[in-house]
Ligand binder design. Structure first.
Ligand code: ZN
Length: 291
């Protein structure tokens, strides 16, 4: 509770290596934040709860989680991390834990849907009707917001696992996705780049073929998103996207792939996150507000 009696919103960006925690009066007004490493569920969730208990009275908590997660409100598994290979975390009732321990309403979605929501609502020039947020890092995942609502359907999008057309000079690599081999994540995620060329994309020389190859794969996802949903804005974040000129290369490839065919082509834009690395935690606060 603040001096004016307004209750704080709490937020968790639950990632595979760290949990980012924050409280704020609104999603754009974070008043405190804290990061803890992701250990086993019991330790991690207890540490997070202790930090929130020290922040005062929360009105609601938003959780933006790594997945897969159950988002169907009518399912008894709602709010669970479901089939993750991360040791100990499969079937973890993360929303239930905080609901019980903190006694507050919980907003819950994937980390990338939350980031998409944050970019949709809090971009400085807020003029897109629809927006996709794709993170390219340890994995590749994306969230889609249409008319202000994250797209869920039967579950949540898994856009990192589409199969791109293989690049002519990248035919030998099998891909590293444990489920699909050479899906997009298996070909263009940070670990896939390291497995193929021994270094991260930003460490490789700027004239190395890896830049064109990775751009070609990521451009196919952007093209597919535009073709399927006519999404206006595709925001590309994550560690791999910090590589110099990668966004530029992707934009050039997407134009080629579109071949001046799409209606409204001039309205589709592929951009960097306007909220930087804060999209996830601001998204989690947005989930708290709607809880
Ligand atoms: Zn895959």
């Amino acid at each position: 509770m603040t001096e004016t009696g307004q209750k704080l919103l709490g937020a968790i960006e639950a990632g595979g290596t760290k949990f980012v925690l924050a409280v704020g009066l609104s999603p754009s007004d974070i008043t405190a934040r804290h990061t803890i490493p992701t250990r086993d569920p019991a330790t991690t969730l207890a540490q997070a709860a202790e930090w929130f208990e020290g922040q005062g009275n929360l009105g609601a908590l938003g959780i933006a989680s790594f997945g897969p997660v159950e988002l169907d409100r009518t399912s008894p598994e709602w709010g669970h991390i479901t089939s993750t290979p991360k040791p100990g975390w499969a079937n973890c009732d993360i929303a239930g834990y905080f609901s019980e321990r903190l006694g507050v309403p919980i907003g819950f979605d994937t980390d990338v849907n939350a980031a998409a929501l944050a970019e949709y609502k809090y971009r400085p020039c807020k003029n897109a009707t629809s927006l996709a947020y794709v993170t390219v890092g340890t994995g590749i995942g994306g969230g889609l917001v249409i008319d202000g609502q994250p797209v869920h359907g039967a579950a949540h999008p898994e856009m990192g696992h589409i199969y791109p057309q293989r690049h002519p000079t990248d035919q030998q690599f099998d891909g590293i996705c444990p489920h699909h081999g050479d899906c997009l994540e298996g070909l263009a995620s940070g670990p896939a780049i390291k497995a193929r060329w021994g270094e991260s994309l930003s460490q490789l020389p700027s004239d190395h073929e890896a830049h064109e190859i990775v751009a070609a794969y990521l451009a196919q996802l952007c093209h597919t998103l535009i073709a399927i949903s006519a999404v206006e804005l595709v925001v590309l974040g994550g560690g791999v996207m910090k590589t110099n000129r990668l966004l530029e290369l992707i934009n050039a490839r997407v134009s080629e792939l579109g071949a001046s065919y799409f209606p409204g082509q001039s309205k589709h834009r592929i951009v960097a996150p306007s909220l930087g690395d804060d999209a996830g935690i601001i998204g989690a606060l947005t989930l708290a507000r709607t809880a």
